[in-house]
Design a protein around this ligand. Structure first.
Ligand SMILES: *[C@@H]1O[C@H](CO)[C@@H](O)[C@H](O)[C@H]1NC(C)=O
Length: 203
């Protein structure tokens, strides 16, 4: 379930949107006060059936907190009209089809989970960037994730990933040449890899 902090954040974003709409042109028809209708732009239809192989991959990257989709008019962004719930449903259906076809389907992400929207970057004083939005991503059945550069700019972000997010992947959150300095069990500072190690994938 979304935490109270996330719900509070969603609520305050909603109020902010209303305030902006009222501050605008009085002749505005207030269409944006109503629920967003999807899709808002024409979507490009698939040009051929999806081809399945023995080994298949669904790959996300640079989601940057866009849990509500990424609606802009420029190609290919109208195709990004789904929100995280749509994506979760898509993945569940695809995994089921993979089981029926008896083929492999890996869900992979290559990082940069935040720095993009208020859902990830808006947090109360004392909070950490993406700590709340990551809780939604944890619920998707990712097989492998890797770190992105945006997870590395601020120590508190990296530490939060290392402490609270990486353990959910159970050795399948990968990083290469990326260490973080933490206090070890003996109280001494030690430099350790942020992610799991490749070898743990195969053991
Ligand atoms: C990174 O962590 C590994 C494992 O703890 C360690 O062997 C290595 O020396 C560290 N690298 C740096 C540059 O500190």
């Amino acid at each position: 379930m979304p935490s109270c902090a996330m719900l509070a954040l969603l609520f305050s974003l909603g109020l902010f949107g209303l305030a902006l709409a009222h501050a605008g042109d009085d002749a505005h028809d207030h269409a944006d006060l109503h629920a967003r209708e999807y899709p808002q732009f024409p979507l490009t239809p698939p040009y051929r059936p999806l081809v399945w192989s023995d080994f298949n991959v669904i790959h996300t990257t640079d989601t940057h907190g866009w849990l509500l989709g990424h609606q802009k008019a420029s190609f290919p962004e109208p195709d990004y009209s789904g929100d995280l719930g749509d994506f979760s449903s898509f993945v569940a259906h695809m995994k089921q089809i993979a089981i029926e076809k008896d083929v492999d389907l890996l869900l992979v992400d290559s990082g940069d989970l935040h720095d993009g929207t208020g859902l990830s970057d808006g947090f109360p004083p004392g909070g950490v960037d993406a700590h709340e939005s990551n809780k939604f991503l944890e619920r998707l059945p990712y097989d492998v994730m890797s770190i992105g550069n945006h997870e590395l700019y601020i120590y508190a972000n990296t530490y939060d990933m290392y402490t609270n997010f990486v353990p959910h992947l159970n050795g399948r959150y990968l990083s290469s040449n990326v260490n973080i300095t933490v206090f070890g069990a003996d109280g001494e500072a030690e430099s350790v890899p942020v992610g799991g190690e490749w070898l743990s994938l195969f053991s």
